[in-house]
Design a protein around this ligand. Structure first.
Ligand SMILES: [Zn+2]
Length: 251
């Protein structure tokens, strides 16, 4: 099976979350890791994971929500839940909000500390913040650079620190030559795939609402880049995901 390692399950989907999960499972996307971002989305995500097979959670606060206190949301109770396999998405985003840099760094460092104490991997969001990301994300931590579109320079640094890299639907976009180039250089045992749904639908679904079943399209392009058969890639990505998120317990 394929695993969508980073999606956002929202009720905005036609037919609701149940239909989205069934559609994924029917298309050999047998497990989903649901990322949280807003604090208040953590409890509902855990509820979904407890009432469906093979749904897991990364719990974290995205840099858009700098006014939240992570200790209110990333409690021992949440992080000890067997379905919560990591902390994320967390990180830095200076594209829309460069003026909140200091608060973003504070929120990021607090959540890294929480993850470290709980020995959980982190799912990192980084956009136009490469220098700070590289300075803060030392090899004390482990995890994945989610929806990775940053430079090869940052990739090299984070490879040395043992991080994984997640390819999203952006890998399939016509104008993403540089992203494909970067993924051609990242060793295959450090790659996982995701949709980041409901955003970033891959080719040939661009303009539609993205859903986890579409992760197959990213897998197809990655297989071409790495010169692998799709079923070979499926096995490798499955093992990589289990290495990245050791708490995953698939049915
Ligand atoms: Zn996301």
């Amino acid at each position: 099976m394929f695993i969508d390692t980073h999606c956002h399950l929202t009720d905005e989907y036609d037919g609701g979350v149940d239909a989205i999960i069934k559609h994924a499972h029917d298309n050999n996307v047998g497990a989903l890791i649901c990322a949280t971002a807003e604090g208040v989305d953590i409890k509902p995500a855990i509820k979904i994971s407890e009432t469906h097979n093979n749904i897991f959670i990364t719990a974290g606060i995205h840099p858009d929500y700098i006014d939240l206190n992570p200790y209110d949301f990333l409690t021992d109770d949440v992080l000890n839940n067997p379905h919560v396999v990591g902390v994320g998405e967390i990180g830095l985003d200076y594209h829309y909000n460069p003026q909140t840099r200091n608060k973003q760094i504070d929120l990021f460092e607090k959540q890294l500390d929480i993850a470290h104490k709980h020995k959980l991997p982190v799912a990192i969001h980084t956009r136009e913040a490469e220098e700070d990301t590289a300075n803060i994300l030392t090899d004390k931590y482990n995890g994945v650079m989610h929806c990775f579109t940053s430079s090869w320079d940052l990739a090299k640094i984070m490879l040395d620190r043992g991080f994984y890299f997640s390819a999203s639907g952006i890998l399939t976009f016509k104008n993403s030559e540089s992203v494909r180039e970067t993924f051609s250089k990242i060793p295959i045992d450090r790659i996982v795939i995701e949709t980041d749904s409901p955003y970033c639908a891959p080719v040939p679904y661009r303009g539609k609402t993205c859903e986890p079943a579409m992760v197959i399209e990213t897998a197809k392009v990655l297989a071409q880049i790495k010169n692998l058969q799709i079923d070979e890639l499926e096995t490798i990505l499955f093992e990589n995901t289990k290495q990245l998120y050791p708490k995953i317990n698939l049915l």
